[in-house]
Design a protein around this ligand. Structure first.
Ligand code: 5AD
Ligand code: SF4
Length: 472
């Protein structure tokens, strides 16, 4: 039994009553016409999954959805706090809503998500954006209908943050964005406190959803035609530690993998400090688990990894990678990297470059370090000028482009199973993705979208492949 098992609660009846009340009010205000919501999501897939729950609650409150903010009765931005750039975009876009509010005074403008859990941000919104009527943080999702009702009816601005009761809530209505690609959160929060990262402060302590709830959500998704399901958590490798009966992530994914059907199972994000051989064995032996490991290493320098509080070193990372390459032939590895962490020298950065060359990643998500208020790294000495960091960043991109191009070129002639995802607007070609998450462009009709096909790779351009469907 876990030391402090996390309590699970259900979205309460009261919240469903608020959804009905919102529907009644909107019906009167709109004289029977369907009210519309515009939802914009910034940041990671966890935010996308939260927005799908908010949309589910709005749908139950009688709302339809629009892509045009001017047509909406309710506008919501679900925000991201992970880097300054994401926050600046939100501030810019919120500022632009002022005109819409002036033209349509009855519109309710709301902000939620990670940025709103930070006191200095909520205060700035309160003071500088008086037309924002509702603000709530990541811990308030389970009483969003009540907050919205309050903001709609009581003529006052509703602000709520810091509401972490350390529980898990189930029973949300969900309106998923995709019909064959979907997200399945298995845990929330993070306990790692990497020194650069704001996430543990805005999403609270790690807590895992019950295995049975996850399995039944997976069954439901597979049953209704989902072909590509990504299990989500900040650190999926520590799944299960807060459960009454602790369970490893490797066991969870292997159990989901037993569900019959035609689908791929993905997961993100894995933390190298907890990435077990058992998990790699589970991928190797899986029937549906994609042969892809997203394993952020952040820096190739042991000195910087220590300053980042990452709890692994370069050697441990490379050991996991070589085990993965041995057990899963052709495994696709991807990673996150931070360039220019406080105190990083060019010598440290060269260690990152050499690790990138050694591993040969399929693709990388690269970021220039961005100081976050309240994190330990924000008060560390940071003498390297921004222009120098940008130069290093460019050097990293150039090396990765070369590696990705080489990897893609080596796939020409192979046959790959792909999931066809969309018709490209510009060219009318199809975009598909391999199990290793590499994009393949194909000729074919719209009716193929959402299906698996075997494809012969005919050519490669940088990190994109071209292919032809193999007749089956
Ligand atoms: N600055 C730059 N990148 C960051 N990340 C997290 N915090 C910061 C920050 N303060 C990156 C990490 C993480 C990814 C989701 O975002 O690489 O893995
Ligand atoms: Fe942030 Fe580190 Fe937690 Fe990832 S593992 S969310 S980088 S603190």
């Amino acid at each position: 039994m876990a030391e402090n098992p996390v309590q699970t609660d259900k979205l309460s009846e009261k919240q469903y009553e608020y959804m009905n009340l919102i529907a009644e009010i909107m019906d009167i205000r709109k004289l029977g016409e369907k009210p519309l919501a515009f939802i914009r999501t910034y940041g990671c897939q966890q935010n996308v999954a939260d927005s799908e729950r908010i949309k589910g609650m709005l749908e139950k409150s009688g709302f339809g959805f629009t892509e045009t903010p001017e047509d909406a009765d309710f506008i919501l931005f679900n925000t991201c706090a992970v880097r300054e750039h994401a926050e600046d975009r939100v501030f810019g876009n919120v500022g632009a809503l002022k005109n819409i509010k002036r033209k349509h005074p009855h519109i309710l403008i709301a902000l939620c998500g990670c940025m709103m859990e930070q006191e200095h941000i909520a205060n700035r919104i309160y003071k500088s954006f008086p037309f924002v009527g509702l603000v709530f943080g990541t811990h308030s999702l389970h009483h969003f209908p009540e907050l919205m009702y309050d903001a709609l009816c009581n003529g006052r601005r509703v602000f709520e943050r810091g509401n972490d009761d350390k529980k898990i809530y189930e029973g949300f209505p969900i309106r998923r964005d995709g019909s064959f690609k979907g997200w399945l959160p298995i845990m929330y929060g993070c306990n790692n406190f990497c020194t650069y990262c704001i996430v543990p402060y805005v999403r609270g302590r790690e807590r895992s959803r019950e295995k049975d709830v996850i399995i039944s959500e997976a069954r439901e998704m597979i049953g209704s035609g989902y072909k590509d399901i990504t299990l989500l958590g900040q650190n999926v490798n520590s799944y299960g530690k807060t459960l009454d009966e602790p369970l490893s992530f490797a066991s969870l994914i292997s159990e989901i993998d037993e569900i019959e059907g035609d689908y791929w199972l993905r997961f993100m994000t894995s933390h190298p400090k907890d990435c077990s051989r058992e998990l790699i064995d589970a991928i190797a032996g899986g029937r549906h688990i994609s042969r892809h490991l997203h394993l952020p290493f952040q820096s190739g320098s042991d000195r910087i990894l220590k300053a980042m509080n990452r709890h692994y070193d370069r050697k441990k990372y490379l050991d996991i990678v070589s085990y993965a390459k041995e057990r899963i032939p052709g495994v696709s590895l991807t990673s996150d990297i931070i360039v220019g962490f406080p105190g990083e020298t060019y010598e440290d950065f060269k260690q990152t470059l050499s690790l990138v060359r050694e591993v040969e990643f399929t693709s990388l998500y690269t970021f220039i370090y961005s100081p976050r208020v309240g994190t330990p790294a924000a008060s560390m000495d940071d003498p390297i000028p921004a222009a120098e960091k940008s130069k290093w960043f460019r050097e990293l991109l150039d090396i990765q482009e070369e590696i990705a191009a080489k990897r893609c070129a080596s796939m020409v002639g192979q046959t790959e199973r792909v999931l066809i995802e969309e018709v490209k607007e510009k060219t009318g070609e199809l975009n598909a993705r391999t199990s290793g998450n590499i994009i393949v462009e194909l000729e074919g009709g719209e009716s193929l979208v959402g299906s698996f096909r075997n494809v012969k790779i005919t050519s490669a351009r940088n990190w994109i492949l071209k292919g032809e469907i193999v007749k089956e």
